[in-house]
Design a protein around this ligand. Structure first.
Ligand code: NAD
Length: 487
């Protein structure tokens, strides 16, 4: 059966989801399909009052369901039931995702939807396995470290992979015994709403997951500042992450995890399997048209193979299939908005004006929607925006190196440290480089996360604070209590 579908046939939920029901409000923010620019729906903006309503619904759900204090296996069972329903409703969820985001249906169905279900299952299993510690004390005492949930966790997500990000946030927070108020991006809010609706239909207590719609400065800021939110879990840009830190410092201290931007290097040595490197690098920047935090946008290649490598990457870039995200044959994503496309084009133009060679691409794709050609820039002037800033588009820069030290020096970014790619067949060099690369993740002879959710993700430097995924994400949703008893 074909995966293609008529975008007008997809019903989109448009209200806040509070206490298990949709709550409407004045339609204020227009959401547009990037594939063809069609207006899809307008969503309301949750102000301080609506955010408070969601927090109170979350608190009430915790009290009436006893979610934090039930036998932990009960939480595991309930979360698996939700994941079952997500899988059963995969087609509907994937269509909602595809119609209103940059995710092509052929990727959203087996990828984003199934990954969200998998993450919920993965985190569910921590609920009845993660233990406290009995600590060494004198015989006259007993000391142990217990842990408890925060209560209501506030989560805010970016627009680029909405379902996967919702899974990252909701899975660990709920497994750890919290309720959640989540604000998805105002650009791609619909699939997160439906995910929350499915949780109630699967039997999770109404109010355990609440979704508030709106922009960052109004809704996001109100959520962060709410005094009864115990912890903030954020994914988005470094700029917004800094605004959240400032807000938290001003309105009351609370823990936060921040998953932020990147400008990740991929180092290719002369002994590497060049075909493998070209394939991984192309895939790493073509996926979601480069609109991924982990996009490996800076290629740093040994001088003797740099030309051949860029030719091989460029050849793979020719094989893209741009098209509406609701067509099964489309594998290349649109840029999320006209504004963002203009920004990408402006950065490429500025690099060109500064003397860079545009080895391929360098312009919008002339067709309906906001599509940009995969682009490789060489001889980019040091200090140019193309090298310094996260572009969040399908643009690679290429820099040659002569020595291992020079490769390392080029790989270091003053601000970002999210991840790094390394291509070499030399084991000793691999181990030397793995130790020295300044990033929260290093991928060797591959590029990108796998579906092994046990590996935490999170950046160094201004790429983040704390981790998502892995055991660390579960633990970040509980707070420890040190207990000492005089016997
Ligand atoms: P963004 O920072 O503009 O928005 C992210 C979310 O934050 C949105 O929901 C937005 O409404 C909200 N927001 C904005 N300002 C806020 C404020 N002052 N207070 C509270 N909330 C606020 O980012 P985006 O354009 O949606 O996403 C792209 C960015 O996200 C890129 O920088 C990308 O690297 C990053 N990202 C990081 C990861 C990761 O795991 N490190 C994953 C995905 C995306």
């Amino acid at each position: 059966m074909s995966l293609s579908f008529d975008p007008k046939s997809v019903a989109l939920p448009t209200g806040h989801f509070i206490g298990g029901t949709y709550v409407s409000g004045p339609a204020e923010i227009d959401v547009v399909a990037p594939s063809d620019g069609r207006g899809l729906a307008a969503i309301p903006t949750a102000d301080v009052g609506v955010v408070d309503q969601a927090v109170q619904a979350a608190k009430a759900a915790l009290v009436t369901s006893g979610w934090a204090s039930v036998r932990p296996r009960e939480r595991v069972r309930a979360l698996h039931a939700w994941a079952d329903l997500i899988e059963a409703e995969a087609q509907t969820l994937a269509r909602i995702e595809a119609v209103a985001s940059s995710r092509p249906i052929a990727e959203a169905l087996p990828g984003d939807v199934m990954i969200a279900a998998e993450q919920i299952r993965f985190f569910a299993e921590f609920a009845d396995k993660e233990c406290g510690d009995l600590v060494p004390t004198s015989d006259g005492q007993m000391g142990f470290i217990a842990s408890e949930p925060y209560g209501v966790v506030g989560a805010i997500t970016a627009w680029n992979v909405p379902l996967a990000l919702a899974g990252w946030k909701l899975g660990p927070a709920l497994a750890a015994g919290n309720a959640v108020v989540l604000k998805p991006s105002e650009m791609t809010p619909f699939s997160t709403l439906y995910l929350a609706e499915l949780s109630v239909r699967a039997g999770l207590p109404a109010g355990l997951i609440n979704i508030v719609l709106g922009d960052g400065p109004t809704t996001g800021a109100a959520l962060v500042a709410h005094p009864e939110i115990g912890k903030i879990s954020f994914t988005g840009s470094t700029r917004a992450g800094a605004a959240i830190m400032e807000n938290i410092a001003r309105t009351g201290i609370k823990p936060m995890t921040l998953e932020l931007g990147g400008k990740s290097p991929q180092l290719v040595f002369a002994d590497a399997d060049l075909d493998l490197a070209a394939q991984c690098i192309a895939r790493g920047i073509l996926g979601n048209a480069g609109q991924g935090c982990v996009a490996g946008s800076r290629v740093i290649a040994a001088r003797e193979i740099a030309d051949e490598l860029s030719d091989r990457i460029a050849a793979r870039m020719q094989a893209i299939a741009p098209g509406p995200t609701w067509e099964e044959t489309s594998t290349y994503s649109p840029i999320i908005s006209e504004r963002q496309l203009q920004r990408i084009d402006g950065i490429v133009d500025a690099a060109r004006a500064g003397g860079a060679d545009v080895l391929c691409g360098g312009a919008r794709i002339e067709r309906e929607g906001t599509f940009y050609q995969p682009t490789i820039l060489a001889r980019v002037a040091g200090g140019s925006v193309a090298l310094a800033e996260e572009i969040f588009g399908p643009v690679l820069t290429l820099q040659p190196f002569d020595t291992e030290e020079e490769a390392l020096e080029l790989s270091r970014h003053p601000t970002y440290g999210l991840c790094s790619g390394l291509f070499t067949r030399d084991l000793s060099r691999t181990m030397r480089m793995v130790r020295k690369l300044e990033a929260g993740a290093v991928w060797v002879n591959r590029y990108g996360r796998s579906r092994d959710h046990i590996l935490p993700t999170g950046g160094w430097k201004a790429s983040g604070l704390g981790k998502d995924l892995g055991r660390e994400a579960y633990l970040a949703n509980r707070r420890t209590k040190s207990v000492l008893i005089d016997l």
